[in-house]
Structures are given as structure tokens and as C-alpha cells.
Design a protein around this ligand. Sequence first.
Ligand SMILES: Nc1ncnc2c1ncn2[C@@H]1O[C@H](COP(=O)(O)OP(=O)(O)OP(=O)(O)O)[C@@H](O)[C@H]1O
Ligand SMILES: [Mg+2]
Length: 336
Amino acid sequence: MVGLDIGSKTIKIVELEKTRDAYKLKASGIIGYKSNTPEHLADDKELAVLSDVIRKLHKEAKIVGREVVASIPETQVYTRMIRLPMLTDSEISSAIKWEAEQYIPFPVEEAVIDYQIIDRKENATPPQVYVLLIAAPKVLVNRYVKLIQMSKLDLVAVETELMAISRSICPVDQTVLVADFGARSTNIAIVKNSALMMSRSIPTAGDALTRAVAQGLGIEAQQAEEYKKTYGLTEQNLDGKIKSILYPILRMVSDEIKKAVHYFQSEAGSEQPKSIILTGGSAGMPEVASIMTELLGIEVLIGNPFTKVQIDSVIVKQLANFLPYYSVSVGLAMRV
Ligand SMILES: Nc1ncnc2c1ncn2[C@@H]1O[C@H](COP(=O)(O)OP(=O)(O)OP(=O)(O)O)[C@@H](O)[C@H]1O
Ligand SMILES: [Mg+2]
């Protein structure tokens, strides 16, 4: 299966082969592109440009399969844990649309609705089923269908970025918080035993970091991007200037992560996540994990999305510097 993650700055593709009890990496690739508007998919011309980029990536990465699972951006999706009385699976399936009505900010007729049964609490009073509700605007999903068609590929399924990540990067026997620190947004999820429990998206990530460095030093974006990637949060950095510009933004992202943890503990009465897994391109920033560990007081690790995947040793070396990019696409390709 092929996973396709169309980010705001880069597109990632991964092809996996499922053997009896494992996955094997067949091919992978990343390509950068310039999206002109945040809503680049709404414009037909942009769609044509984007589909050319996808075709090029598919070819250059030497992907063989044409059936893809694609992600839709977390920023455009509503996810929410809801509690229903002890219904059967088929009763839930018919109840969900009516339930969704009260939770999503647009009419259900205009939404694509999905759900996952997370837990059946038989012993609670009254007994309850926890269901994760996922809704995306139909118009948006239709744009993705069109984009994939124009890319000459077959769309098998779409899912949210964090659903994919919870499959690839999260341990099967722990509660963790995962943060996808990308370009435009940081997507945060709490994942218990590989099941998504809660998610949210904040509009602050790599783009904001670059912008802050450019403004703070009065330099071009391209130069700022270089400085950010080279110095990050290290102590050696143009007289401390880079770190002092980046640090407040990191603190803001950390505060949002703290809020998510508190919400999860109070709402679901659940335990604190054991660790925080950081992924996405911005997770490659020097010293980001140590600074966030300091800010959060919980261990922050950079995730490896390939731990459940067999890879040839030559490829392992080639991929070493790109691991944080692949957590969404690997998870998409793992979907059966
Ligand atoms: N070594 C590095 N240090 C700091 N930032 C980095 C580094 N490498 C990549 N980045 C940043 O990572 C971001 C791109 O990451 P990624 O490909 O995960 O984003 P995306 O998926 O396109 O965005 P989004 O998911 O937010 O739409 C860019 O902002 C880039 O500056
Ligand atoms: Mg992304």
C-alpha cells in the first residue's frame, strides 16, 4: 500500500509491503513545493500544479503501486471523543450521524463522518461506549479525490494525519502524547495503546519559527530558514540571538501541549502520558527535544516512524536524517 502525506511545505510518499506479520519498506520519497495560498486546494490551477508535483514524486521515488491512502490536514478536521449508552456496533453505526450533529460546526449533510469505537466501559454506571468521532467537510474531501485523480492515482481511503501517526509511531502498550511539529501547524494527540484518544491542532510551527528569525534579525526568509536549521536552540548561535527568538515560540507550543495533557486528565480521568513523542520536519531542529523536556517536565523523544517496518541496511543510512518527515505517510501505508 502507498501512503501519501500532502503537507503545506513538503509531500511525502511511502510504499510498504505487508508480509504475514510485518511491514517491509519498498520505496519512499519527499519533495518540497511552494503552496501559494493556505487554501491551495480550492483553486483549480493550484490543483494542476500540485498534481504535477505528486506525479513527479511518485516517479522519482520509484513507487510501483498506484493505490494510495492520503491524509487530510488536521486543521480541517473535527475529532471528538463522545460517550454513548451501551449500544451494539450496528446501533452505533446508525446513531453516529445524529450524534454528530451536536458536535460538528457544520451541517451533517455537508460532512464526511467517520468513527472508531475506543472502549466499552461495561462496569461504569451507567455503562458507556467511548467513540471517537471524526468529521471533515465534504467539499474538502472532494478536492482531495479530484487531486488524486489528476495525479493519475487511485484513492483507496483518506484519513486524518493523527490517525495515521497513531498507527506508525506510537507504542502499542502505553499512553503517549505525540506532537507533529510541521511547517504550518503543530498537531497534538494523546494516544493510548495505539488508539487516538484526543487531538487538536495549533497554527504555530516551522513557518512561524522562520518568520520570527527573519523579523528579529531583519533578514530574508531563506537566510532565516538556514539559521534556524543550523543553530536551532543550541548555545552557539549568533550571540544567543537565534535561541532567544525561537525559545518563546517553543514555550507557547509547550504550553499548548500542557493544556492538552490537563484536558485529557480532567475530561477522561486518565493517567498522564508516559512520554512525549515529537515528529514532523521541525522535530529535526537542533536541541528541540532537550528544550521541550525542560519546558514540559516530561521526557520528550524524537519518534522513529519505521520501528514497525523492516528496511534494508543501505536504506536505513539514507533515511537517517529524514525520519521525522515520515510518520504520517508510513501510518497511511499501514492502513489495511
Ligand atoms: N533541521 C531542521 N531544523 C529546524 N526546522 C526544520 C529542520 N528540518 C526541517 N525543518 C522545518 O520543518 C518544516 C517542514 O516539515 P514538514 O515536512 O513536517 O511540514 P509539512 O508536513 O509540509 O507541514 P504541515 O504538516 O504543517 O502542513 C519546515 O518548516 C522546515 O523549516
Ligand atoms: Mg505535515
